[in-house]
Design a protein around this ligand. Structure first.
Ligand SMILES: [Fe+2]
Ligand SMILES: [Fe+2]
Length: 316
């Protein structure tokens, strides 16, 4: 019996079909998915903070409206993803506690500060751009609810990337001071953006099993290379450079060669030593505590509705 179930799971995955919430799945598969989707959801929610920092200081009403829409989209992405973890039996309250108690991670990119408005453009271009590279293959991931959430998320991420690039294009047509701001921002975000794909394949512990389960479709290094190949022509069109002396086209490979990010810095930020780690978590914790009355009111409302329904059914 157990063998039959396992065989069916393996066959479904091998055939590139989807595993659905009521299907049997190995415990490790369920745990890996919950951890990955929760980390992804946390990243969307924490990712609202660096840019949210600029909403009240956007340079025009138009920029403010765009930025508001973008940050709101990220909240929506977090909600789709928390919902996907619930289909696996996870509890959202528990995941939120894990985040604010530092027991679960989110993308380390959001622990860097946003110093100028150019950062809004560079985050849209490079950070959402890197997210797209990571997420497009996830539209074909083996777990159905995750794959379907990713389709919608990717559409919105591509709007985010374009708004960032368009903002930078506008700044690059402005004054020398504005162009300098863009270049300075690119210098600060380039390496953290490359870190978004995770450690090099040689140090990545989860990749092999995740690839076998078809949760992950490409390795960290493959995705990083794809991102570099995509970004260099965009930087040239924009008129900025990346702070990497090793970056050059390799005719033989038909790809760009590039240097490695500072992995010691990466691990330090992952472990909580980034400029903004404490601030991000403190802000999230406060938002969660301030929202307690909303959750209580919603729960009371749901309970009342259920009572009404029970009375109605008793009368029928
Ligand atoms: Fe997002
Ligand atoms: Fe985004």
């Amino acid at each position: 019996m157990a063998d039959d179930l396992e065989l069916r799971f393996e066959r479904t995955v091998q055939a590139d079909a989807r595993i659905e919430p009521r299907d049997w799945m190995p415990d490790g598969y369920r745990k890996t998915l919950i951890r990955q989707i929760a980390q992804h959801a946390h990243s969307e929610i924490i990712g609202m903070q660096p840019e949210g920092n600029w909403i009240s200081r956007a340079p025009s009403l138009r920029r403010k409206a765009i930025l508001l829409a973008k940050v709101q989209d990220e909240a929506g992405h977090g909600l789709y993803l928390y919902s996907a973890t619930e289909t696996l039996g996870a509890d959202r309250e528990d995941l939120t506690l894990k985040l604010i108690e530092g027991r679960q991670k989110y993308s380390s990119i959001f622990n860097y500060p946003t110093l100028t408005f150019a950062d809004v453009g560079v985050i849209g271009w490079l950070v959402d751009g890197a997210a797209i590279c990571n997420q497009v293959p996830l539209c074909r991931t083996s777990y159905g609810p995750y794959a379907r959430a990713m389709i919608r998320i990717c559409k919105e991420e591509s709007f985010h990337q374009r708004q960032g690039y368009e903002l930078l294009m506008t700044m690059m047509r402005g004054t020398q001071q504005q162009r300098d701001m863009v270049q300075d921002s690119v210098n600060r975000w380039w390496w953290p953006a490359l870190m978004m794909f995770g450690p090099p394949d040689s140090e990545s512990t989860n990749t092999e099993q995740s690839m076998a389960w078809r949760i992950k479709r490409d390795t960290n290094d493959e995705l990083r290379q794809k991102f570099v190949n995509m970004s260099v022509p965009q930087a040239e069109a924009l008129g900025v450079t990346f702070p990497d002396p090793e970056l050059r086209w390799n005719e033989e490979r038909g790809q760009y060669d590039f240097g490695q990010p500072d992995w010691d810095e990466f691990w330090q930020v992952v472990k909580g030593g980034g400029v903004c780690n404490a601030q991000r978590i403190a802000h999230r914790r406060k938002a969660h505590e301030d929202g307690a009355w909303v959750r209580e009111a919603a729960a009371a409302h749901a309970q009342k509705q259920a009572q009404k329904q029970a009375v109605k059914e008793g009368a029928a």
